[in-house]
Design a protein around this ligand. Structure first.
Ligand SMILES: [Ca+2]
Ligand SMILES: [Ca+2]
Length: 312
């Protein structure tokens, strides 16, 4: 198995040109980098990406399906450390089986595909390089920096995110090796708004782990009560509904249709409630005019008097 990292012995004139170009641009642009592993993009689902490579060939999320792990190296051709890392990426491309490990470059937006193609040709780099689409941009945009390297599992979920510069090729290889043969099973937890039935968030969760709940939407007149299912240890796809309760403090007693004022409509609704024709949160929570704990005819009488202004 070939282990050596490629050196840049060929085409020195081209290298000089690129490095001068890199220096000029690097001085002009805020290239931020840090030698740190970070969980920034972990959990992002990129299975839906659809783009082209630097030669215009179509590539989509199917590339993840057959592999244990896919490496995506986000780089710029104007930044010299990225050029060095391209050598590491090529070595990984050669050292690991393509059926187990996918290896791709992802070209930063201001870099030219044509110049990138010339650069790869000059160094005989053969791994494919992708152009950004919206899905990949979201992943790469978690931090405004190059280089970054993303490790994506067979479900298309980012499972590791290395933001910054690899000190050695071996550092990259160790991360790849740690993921080979470890394809994780994921489930989807759909968090649903109990008032509107809309999906608030659809969250991928590793089997046996907990989902992180989104912030429940705010609804006027209601207060969030609880989620209706346990999602602390997920073993299947589940729906979790946000349960809301009427916030009675926001309404006047007797405003059983929660319209903001008390009138004859409320009387009719409360009467229907007493007769068992109508049930609603408003009737049960705001119709108990004498606050005796139940809805009965006396409540309707008190409400009629209130609407007619006979009593407060
Ligand atoms: Ca009303
Ligand atoms: Ca009552």
């Amino acid at each position: 198995m070939k282990r050596s990292v490629k050196r840049f012995s060929s085409n020195r004139g081209f290298t000089a040109l690129i490095l001068v170009f890199a220096l000029v641009i690097a001085l002009a642009l805020p290239a931020i980098h840090a030698n740190a592993e970070d969980n920034g993009a972990v959990g992002i689902d990129v299975s839906g990406f659809s783009t082209v490579d630097i030669y215009g060939n179509e590539v989509n999320g199917d590339i993840f399906k057959s592999r244990d792990i896919t490496v995506i190296h986000y780089f710029a051709i104007w930044y010299d450390v990225c050029i060095v890392e391209m050598g590491y990426i090529q070595t990984a491309h050669e050292n690991f089986s393509e059926s187990e490990v996918g290896v791709y470059g992802l070209l930063e937006a201001s870099s030219s595909a044509d110049i990138c193609a010339s650069l790869m040709d000059a160094y005989a780099y053969t791994y494919p390089c992708l152009m950004l689409d919206d899905v990949l941009s979201e992943m790469a945009g978690v931090y405004p920096m190059v280089p970054q390297t993303f490790f994506v599992d067979s479900n298309g979920i980012v499972v590791e995110h290395f933001a910054g510069i690899f000190e050695t090729y071996e550092q990259l290889e160790a991360i790849i090796a740690s993921h080979v043969g470890q394809s994780l099973v994921y489930h989807t937890v759909a968090f649903i708004d109990g008032l509107t039935d809309e999906v608030i968030a659809s969250v991928p969760v590793v089997d046996g782990e907990a989902a992180e709940a989104p912030e429940p939407p705010v609804h006027e007149g209601y207060a969030f009560s609880h989620w209706d299912a346990d999602f602390s240890c997920v073993h299947e796809d589940i729906n979790v509904v946000a349960v809301y309760i009427v916030d009675v403090s926001q309404y006047e007693l007797g405003d059983v249709n929660m319209s903001g004022n008390v009138d004859i409509t409320d009387v009719v609704l409360l009467l229907r409630g007493v007769l068992g024709i109508e049930t609603s949160d408003g009737v049960s929570l705001l119709g108990d005019m004498d606050t005796n704990g139940e809805i009965q005819v006396d409540d309707v009488v008190i409400l009629i008097r209130k609407v007619l202004g006979i009593s407060a």
